[in-house]
Write a protein that binds this ligand. Structure first.
Ligand code: IMP
Ligand code: MG
Length: 180
């Protein structure tokens, strides 16, 4: 498709149907482990669409987790990450003794998820798992592997399905890449 305002072309990488099908399988996989005392934590902002769909798939798979949100910033201006991660908005809930599943859109350098894992761990969570929509496997700066992953993604900058460039394109129902 071609964006009418900017003239940028967006090439679909993962379609809405592919994502939907994959999320049912991912939710079934998570539910099959019968997690107890589960708290699902979407890392905002980029994961909000993925998390909303995954949570409803988890419900369909028989889970009734609690949900709380963590907003992190990796000081990402445009397409480059600075490497520093900070908390913009913290959780309301206590994670002590809980099984926490962190949800993120993209696992790229790994700094964001590693930071979130360390934070939740320091607060006494009993078990911490990670679930990402996209794993860019070739771009890690820190060593971290996701426990659950919907898709392996090529090392290109992607938008849509919650992900943005300059606060745009989050509304797209698919994951795509900007074609310059
Ligand atoms: P990391 O800390 O380098 O792993 O970066 C992870 C965060 O950077 C993700 O939560 C995304 O919000 C953002 N990010 C990484 N790659 C992309 C991309 O291709 N498009 C949009 N956001 C991205
Ligand atoms: Mg993010």
């Amino acid at each position: 498709m071609s964006d009418t305002k900017t003239g940028l072309a967006i090439e679909t990488i993962f379609s809405a149907d592919e994502i939907s099908e994959r999320l049912q399988a991912l939710a079934a996989e998570i539910a099959s482990k019968r997690p107890q005392n589960l708290l699902v934590v979407p890392i905002l902002k980029g994961s909000f669409v993925f998390a909303a769909d995954l949570l409803r798939a988890l419900y369909a798979a028989g889970l009734t987790p609690e949900v709380d949100f963590l907003t992190l910033s990796s000081y990402r201006k445009s397409r480059i990450s600075s490497g520093q991660v900070s908390i913009l908005r913290d959780l309301d809930l206590d994670v002590h003794h809980r099984h926490v599943i962190l949800i993120d859109d993209v696992l790229d350098s790994g700094r964001t998820l590693a930071f979130a894992k360390d934070l939740i761990s320091a607060r006494g969570a009993e078990k911490i798992e990670t679930c990402v929509l996209l794993d860019k496997r070739t771009t890690r700066a820190v060593s971290i592997e996701p426990d659950y992953c919907a898709f392996t993604c090529p090392d290109v900058f992607v938008v849509g399905y919650g992900m943005d460039v300059g606060h745009r394109y989050r509304e797209l129902p698919f994951v795509g890449r900007l074609v310059d």
